[in-house]
Design a protein around this ligand. Structure first.
Ligand SMILES: Cc1cc2nc3c(=O)[nH]c(=O)nc-3n(C[C@H](O)[C@H](O)[C@H](O)COP(=O)(O)O)c2cc1C
Length: 257
């Protein structure tokens, strides 16, 4: 049993390697009471700003899991910042024991930081399938492992934290804006895991109140009509979805209708 969240498909692609029984976290969050029982329960999701997406953290903290083996695998782009060790400790304090916590490097979809075209060139070096196979083997053996935080990653994380105030100011809500290129197709409304977008008068209207910044709407827009409001993007013409994951799968995962 795996609970996953994905903005652009990487984490769903990873989750499919580990188990067949997949449940979308945005769909599960519609339930008032969440109690799960299985031999092995996993969480697979992207890493956002060296942490779990707030939606995923809320899901874990607000659900009951009865299992002999609980694991978390996060997909990330360039630096995980020691996220696994830090969060394993956090969840332990919250009374949730994690048996296995690891990360896997995939394409970085963070538009203000990276040009997706440049990221695509790095893909082969990341050896994604090889790493997914190693993690799958670990999970098969029910290995106990928490990825340690190396000094390099901790330094990276602390450097980010030191500058985080500037960064937060630049993503002050609303994070995103919709341009005149919008044709009102409504795809953005269906990939948003928090129902932040609706179409009104043939045009997307973004309500930032519940937005946690997954960029799913920006990446899925066929017109490239959604972009950052204040932050500059490295390449406003480059958008991403994992090549093995369809738009229909992202919609099925995140749709809040
Ligand atoms: C808001 C946001 C923040 C991110 N922060 C980080 C980060 O701190 N470090 C990193 O290596 N990648 C970061 N990424 C990249 C994603 O973790 C990575 O591309 C992930 O595989 C995307 O998974 P998905 O396709 O399942 O959404 C970030 C992406 C987004 C959208």
């Amino acid at each position: 049993m795996i609970f996953y969240f994905t903005g652009t498909g990487n984490s769903l692609y990873a989750a499919k390697h580990f188990d067949k029984e997949l449940y979308s976290i945005p769909q599960e969050m519609k339930k008032n009471s969440r109690k799960y029982k299985a031999d092995r329960i996993g969480i697979v999701c992207p890493l956002y700003e060296f942490d779990l997406p707030v939606l995923v953290k809320d899901f874990i903290l607000g659900s009951e899991f009865e299992t002999e083996y609980f694991y978390i695998v996060m997909t990330y782009g360039m630096h995980h910042g020691g996220c696994a060790a830090r969060n394993a400790e956090f969840f332990e304090k919250e009374g949730k024991h994690i048996d296995y916590f690891n990360t896997v490097q995939m394409l970085d979809n963070a538009l203000p930081v990276f040009d997706i075209e440049e990221q695509r060139k790095l893909d082969p070096e990341k050896k994604v399938d090889e790493h997914l196979a190693l993690i799958k083997a670990d999970l098969g053996e029910r290995k106990n492992y928490i990825q340690p935080a190396s000094k390099e990653e901790v330094d990276f994380y602390e450097g980010y934290i030191a500058n985080a105030i500037d960064y937060s100011a630049s993503i002050e809500k609303p994070r995103y804006k919709v341009s005149d290129k919008c044709i009102g197709c409504g795809i953005c409304t269906r990939v948003c895991p928090k129902g932040c977008i609706r179409v009104e008068g043939g045009r997307a209207v973004y309500d930032y109140t519940n937005c946690f910044g997954c960029m799913s709407c920006i990446h899925a827009c066929p017109q490239k009509a959604i972009g950052y409001a204040v932050l500059q993007e490295k390449n406003p013409n480059a958008r991403y979805r994992h090549p093995e994951i369809s738009l229909a799968e992202i919609i099925q995962s995140n749709n809040q209708d």
